[in-house]
Design a protein around this ligand. Structure first.
Ligand SMILES: NC(=O)C1=CN([C@@H]2O[C@H](COP(=O)(O)OP(=O)(O)OC[C@H]3O[C@@H](n4cnc5c(N)ncnc54)[C@H](OP(=O)(O)O)[C@@H]3O)[C@@H](O)[C@H]2O)C=CC1
Ligand SMILES: C[C@H]1O[C@H](OP(=O)(O)OP(=O)(O)OC[C@H]2O[C@@H](n3cnc4c(=O)[nH]c(N)nc43)[C@H](O)[C@@H]2O)[C@@H](O)[C@@H](O)C1=O
Length: 352
């Protein structure tokens, strides 16, 4: 069995070895702060850590704004965890990134400064920083290796966010180089899973397509216009697979270079749309609104570094989409009215 199976008895990893133990960089029953614990990624990592027998420590945003360096440092000093996972960030899809570059740059820089510096000041020995595949050059050779970082111009629609994330990587590397801190970075590809953001103005493509196809099917709309040309290629990883990679890295990885986390295969947005359409059961026509941006043409990650540690993704894309769609409907979220309803349904810019 790989290190990737879902759960095991408390205190043990899914491959049956102790969650901590002599070879692990994370002690048994570690106390781990998860910053961003209510988000897509943070909640999945918190579930995974709990399943492995660790204690997850959190603070809601209403009590602690992580952009506030002093309060964050005070909380980390009082908590003194064994490790910190930094999964708090301002996150969004292509339109949110392109529309609010100031917030994507400044909020993320401030959160990273607070949490990483605060963890070091509190003597926290392990920290995992979550970056993103958008840190790599827009036209990086595919699949993208970690050493492609800073070798070319970035994708303009998410340049501000990417630069904040690159600063986070360098910050983590600097604490390692200057102070010998056991701080590491993971670079996930596009993620999806339970608890994703379905707000059409700010979401990533996968939850947006689930919602838009669902609403178009409910309305009996004959056509639905999706964004861009449909030709960009993306790689999609279920967040539970990411969470397994993150706890593996906390246990086993202790080096300067970031680690890519992807599933190893990609598909076009058009192919993704066909898959989501089938899962949801929409029978109308798909059009493409080419006034909306495509973003990066392709960003498939090279995952050899992570694979060498024994990690494998387990959740097939179609199964994951069906799971997320079922969960979203079970939560009654599909019935929610409001401003996020899709103005594009039934009014495509062009059909193919
Ligand atoms: N989603 C994706 O496709 C990808 C995500 N990532 C990375 O994973 C990480 C998490 O992303 P994801 O889970 O998708 O994002 P979400 O938006 O789902 O979650 C972000 C979390 O950060 C918290 N947060 C944001 N700002 C603050 C703040 N000022 N103070 C306290 N908490 C704050 C949010 O709190 P609240 O819930 O209260 O709003 C939320 O819990 C990010 O670093 C992102 O770059 C990387 C690649 C792809
Ligand atoms: C994770 C990653 O996520 C972002 O980068 P992105 O992958 O370009 O973002 P996306 O998921 O929003 O779009 C992917 C593709 O899909 C197309 N698309 C079609 N129809 C819809 C649609 O309805 N909504 C959205 N959002 N996209 C659509 C869209 O035009 C694009 O071609 C950045 O935040 C970046 O910083 C980052 O890290």
């Amino acid at each position: 069995m790989t290190d990737q199976a879902d759960t095991g008895p408390a205190g043990r990893t899914p491959d049956g070895t102790p969650a901590g133990g002599a070879r692990s960089l994370l002690p048994d029953r570690a106390r781990v702060v998860v910053a961003g614990h209510r988000g897509l990624v943070g909640s999945a990592i918190a579930r995974r850590l709990t399943a492995e027998g660790h204690a997850v420590l959190t603070r809601d945003r209403a009590e602690l704004d992580l952009r506030d360096a002093e309060s964050t440092a005070r909380w980390l000093r009082a908590t003194r965890p064994d490790a910190v996972v930094l999964a708090a960030a301002r996150v969004g899809g292509i339109m949110a990134n392109a529309t609010y570059p100031v917030q994507f740059l400044e909020d993320n820089l401030r959160i990273q400064l607070s949490v990483v510096a605060g963890a070091h000041a509190a003597g926290v020995p392990r920290l995992l920083f979550l970056g993103s595949s958008c840190i790599y050059p827009r036209l990086a050779p595919q699949p993208i290796r970690e050493d492609a970082l800073l070798t070319g111009p970035l994708e303009p629609t998410n340049e501000a966010y990417a630069l904040a994330k690159i600063a986070g990587i360098v910050q983590v590397q600097s604490y390692r180089r200057q102070y010998g801190a056991g701080y590491i970075s993971a670079m996930p590809t596009n993620l999806y899973g339970p608890g994703d953001n379905f707000d059409l103005a700010t979401s990533h493509v996968l939850p947006a397509l689930i919602r838009r196809f669902h609403e178009a099917a409910q309305a009996g709309a004959p056509q639905l216009a999706l964004w861009g040309s449909g030709t960009p290629r993306r790689e999609f990883l279920h967040v539970d697979d990411l969470a397994a990679a993150c706890t593996l890295l906390l246990r086993r990885y202790d080096a300067d270079e970031p680690v890519n986390v992807g599933c190893g295969t990609d598909l076009t947005i058009r192919e993704l749309a066909e898959t989501v359409r089938e899962v949801v059961g929409y029978r109308g026509e798909i059009g493409w609104d080419t006034t909306k941006p495509d973003g990066t043409p392709r960003k498939l990650l090279d995952i050899s570094r992570l694979s060498a540690l024994g990690w494998r993704p387990r959740i097939a894309l179609r199964d994951g989409i069906a799971q997320v769609y079922a969960q979203w409907r079970a939560q009654g979220a599909d019935a929610a009215p409001g401003p996020a309803a899709d103005p594009g349904a039934g009014a495509p810019a062009g059909s193919h």
